[in-house]
Design a protein around this ligand. Structure first.
Ligand SMILES: [Zn+2]
Ligand SMILES: [Zn+2]
Length: 239
């Protein structure tokens, strides 16, 4: 019966490419053309931060991770390069109410998180929005991603333990060290008992400089998390 209804629905409202709107025959999310333009992050990448390493290298971690002793993360992973081709998919989802992109993007998170799932995970936590921003934007894109990812992994979501108590400027308006200062002390863990000894994955849509994720990671570690991983759909990387 469900399959029958689904067939009818597919005739009335056929699935369309999330980028160009072309009618699709399957439920792949993107048409072949749009899919072929997406640049995926593939091996070899740094086992710690997930950034691509040059081909043929024997190193397992990048130079930045070797020298960074304040890294709160067990692992960081992202699925695609944030570039002109992937950008509309994420911007429409984040700002233009295209919440129907969430299940598709969650499938990318599931794939990008392969190493993380293998190591074991207890809870997913979305990067929180400040309540003022949430009221203005109506939904938190990271929370929607968590909800869909939870359906795929069976890992529960904790929406409430991590709070953003400082209404920071949008990170796009800051650069470099100003981004770090902008989010410094912006987050708190309100129920440390729910975080203590847990293996946490913090979820967001885009990794730009990593300042926001890092700040969340530090706060969660301080609250007693056993490990923290960061998983995002896209990441800003130099070509
Ligand atoms: Zn397309
Ligand atoms: Zn690295």
């Amino acid at each position: 019966m469900l399959a029958f209804l689904k067939n009818i629905l597919n005739i009335i409202l056929p699935p369309r490419c999330l980028l160009c709107g072309k009618i699709l025959s399957g439920e792949n999310g993107l048409c072949e053309d749009c899919f072929s333009k997406i640049k995926f992050i593939s091996k070899p990448y740094c086992q710690s931060c997930g950034c691509p390493l040059s081909c043929g290298t024997k190193a397992k971690t990048c130079a930045t991770c070797v020298s960074d002793n304040k890294n709160p993360f067990r692992m960081q992973r992202a699925k695609v390069y944030y570039d002109e081709n992937s950008k509309p998919l994420l911007i429409n989802f984040k700002f233009l109410d295209r919440t129907e992109n969430a299940p598709f993007l969650a499938r990318w998170l599931l794939a990008a998180g392969h190493d993380i799932w293998e190591q074991g995970v207890d809870i997913l936590i979305p990067v929180p929005l400040h309540k003022t921003r949430l009221r203005h934007r109506k939904y938190n894109q990271a929370a929607l991603l968590c909800k869909e990812l939870s359906k795929l992994t069976g890992v529960p979501v904790d929406y409430t333990s991590l709070k953003r108590h400082k209404n920071t400027k949008p990170q796009v308006e800051c650069s470099g060290s100003r981004r770090r200062n902008n989010v410094k002390n912006a987050f708190t863990v309100v129920s440390a008992d729910k975080i203590k000894d847990k293996r946490v994955v913090i979820i967001d849509d885009i990794y730009t400089t990593g300042a926001t994720l890092k700040e969340c990671g530090l706060v969660l570690k301080t609250a007693g998390a056993k490990s923290v991983d960061a998983l995002t759909v896209a990441r800003v990387l130099k070509e």
